[in-house]
Write a protein that binds this ligand. Sequence first.
Ligand code: OGA
Ligand code: MN
Length: 223
Amino acid sequence: CPGAGLGPEAEADPALLRASSPELARRLRGLALVRGGFVSEEEAVELLREVEPGLGRGRYQDDHWDRAITGYRETERGLRGGAGRALLLRVTPAFPSSRPPRPSAHVLDLLPGGRVGPHVDSVKFCGCTIAGVSLLSPSVLRLRSLRDPQDWLELLLEPGSLYVLRGAARYEFTHEILPDEESFFGELRVPRGRRVALIFRNDPSGENLPKPPGTPSFPLPGL
Ligand code: OGA
Ligand code: MN
């Protein structure tokens, strides 16, 4: 069952992961995962058929308020087709059972010349876990420590692969999809074509939401 073993005990495929040091690889073990061959070519064709109509025709954009991103189109889409519903079920084990993925996926279509610049997903809109399925083109996802920028991790995202970011990998590292001219996995050149990603997220728990000023915190002192 390809959906099994996606919890925090899971291991990334070592051939698809590079780290700035063995210590960092150990620290993010189970928190940054990549799995090749998570969806078959037939499923990929079905998934693209389901999500492409939602992307509209043409009209790729540059820039986004939240993350430096160029050459992209995107939509948030409920997965109602058979392949989409099956995929949602198979990524669900990557999420805590108390915080399952939202039923709609973020569909991000990147041109060969597009990139997703380094960013941390907003804690207002996104919970503890992010799971992304890459279709069509390989790419490199790089994580970089906010505190120690010399600490990085790179994930090789082949078409049909799944990656999962959670915990420290989600909150304490930026992530980015490298632009074509920088798209290398070590010595390996990873030429970028058009890439469509289906990204699953859960809701924030509410605990780490910034509170409006003046909000009392509980327990109130003296009670
Ligand atoms: C994002 C993002 C990564 C990807 O849209 O926030 O990080 O896999 N995308 O495309
Ligand atoms: Mn992101």
